[in-house]
Design a protein around this ligand. Structure first.
Ligand code: KG4
Ligand code: ZN
Length: 353
């Protein structure tokens, strides 16, 4: 008989973009350690993430970060049951560092390896933050590269309800931040600047996608901001940064909240979760909470540290994938444009090692 009561420790590894991270999570929900080495200082001088530099920095840091994650959790690699690693989507060179490391550790320590979809990891941050949260629920995933509205039907089972047709929400934040001189990383800087601004100072568009009520388009609002800045500058006026930030942010948040709440209403969902880096946005959290409270829906979002990239969320997703019997083979590869809902490197029961 299998020992179903045994605690399962997952070592999570994340290196898809500009954070080198490792974490140990028990039974998918309890964080024993969560170590993040941020590359913000490195990329700031270039105004954005430089992929080649990101890869090199991951190589430099990854061993140290994993050693620290194990030490903080008070466990050895031998005591780890499963290794979960982000294998896509993300920057290919950056992903490869984590994937190679995960494979090497799993091989050496004879542990099962689970390739994790980064976006599924973001959703799982909510399982860590809310022990009572169980699928099904509606989840708005808003990160630097993705804007998805999904119905999480079960652990690891997504139904995509809506998606961005052009720029992801985080991408729009980053581009607007650059255009108003706030620089990288854009989202948090716009969030901060917007606190002192008037969200009604400028009227920026809220785009709908014809025939797809839950799809998003943020390139229009981004262009509208750029056009307004050009118009003002041509008239010799300096735009008020805080007002532009607040008005832009409100336009994006209004659309995210309206579409999510429309989907919740139409699908009869009583639970809504936020996930991804943009879920750290204070205006989005407040507006979604308020809309949910008004309509009797329970709103969930992770604490800030679990919204942006981290390995605890990857360990959690790795745990639920492993519970479903989905492990990866030694041929696990980094897939930069891995689609959501596509299972990564599944062995279909093939034995490793
Ligand atoms: O999930 P994440 O850390 O990395 C990706 O998987 O992309 O998301 C990063 C994105 C960036 O675009 C960043 O500007 C945005 O999340 N972000 C924010 C905030 N914090 C991070 N956007 C708006 N407000 C924030 N407070
Ligand atoms: Zn992310």
């Amino acid at each position: 008989m299998t020992d179903t009561k045994k605690d399962i420790l997952v070592l999570g590894i994340e290196s898809s973009c500009d954070e080198t991270a490792a974490a140990v999570v028990k039974n998918g929900r309890e964080v024993l350690s969560n170590v993040i080495s941020s590359q913000i200082a490195l990329h700031t001088q270039f105004g954005g993430v430089v992929p080649e530099l990101a890869s090199r920095k991951h190589i430099e840091k990854i061993d140290q970060v994993i050693t620290e994650a194990l030490a903080q959790a008070g466990v050895t690699l031998e005591q780890i049951d499963v290794i979960g690693v982000t294998s896509g989507p993300g920057l290919v060179g950056a992903l490869l560092v984590g994937v190679a490391e995960g494979k090497a550790l799993a091989w050496a320590a004879r542990k099962p390896l689970v390739g994790v979809h980064h976006i599924e990891g973001h959703v799982c941050a909510n399982f860590i933050a809310h022990p009572d949260l169980e699928p099904p629920f509606l989840c708005l995933i808003v990160s630097g590269g993705h804007t998805h509205l999904v119905r999480m039907k079960d652990y690891g089972e997504f139904e995509i309800i809506g998606r961005a047709r052009d720029d992801a929400a985080g991408e729009a934040f980053d581009k607007v931040a650059r255009s108003i001189g706030l620089g990288y990383p854009g989202g948090p800087k716009v969030d901060r600047a917007a606190r002192d601004g008037d969200p009604h100072a400028y009227e920026f568009p809220r785009a709908d996608v014809e025939g797809a009520p839950y799809d998003f388009s943020f390139s229009g609002v981004k262009s509208a901001v750029l056009n307004e800045l050009n118009r003002l500058r041509m008239q010799g006026e300096e735009p008020v940064t805080a007002d532009v930030a607040a008005s832009f942010q409100k336009a994006v948040v209004d659309v995210l909240v309206d579409k999510t709440m429309a989907a919740a209403r139409d699908l009869g969902e009583k639970k809504v979760a936020l996930a991804g880096g943009v879920a750290a946005n204070s205006a989005l959290r407040a507006a979604m909470q308020e809309a949910c409270d008004r309509t009797g829906v329970t709103c969930y979002y992770p604490p800030l540290i679990l919204c942006t990239d981290n390995a605890a969320m990857i360990a959690s997703a790795g745990y639920y994938e492993w519970c479903k019997g989905r492990t990866s083979g030694w041929d696990l590869n980094a897939i930069p444009n891995l689609a959501l809902g596509k299972k990564v490197g599944e062995t279909g029961g093939r034995k490793q090692g």
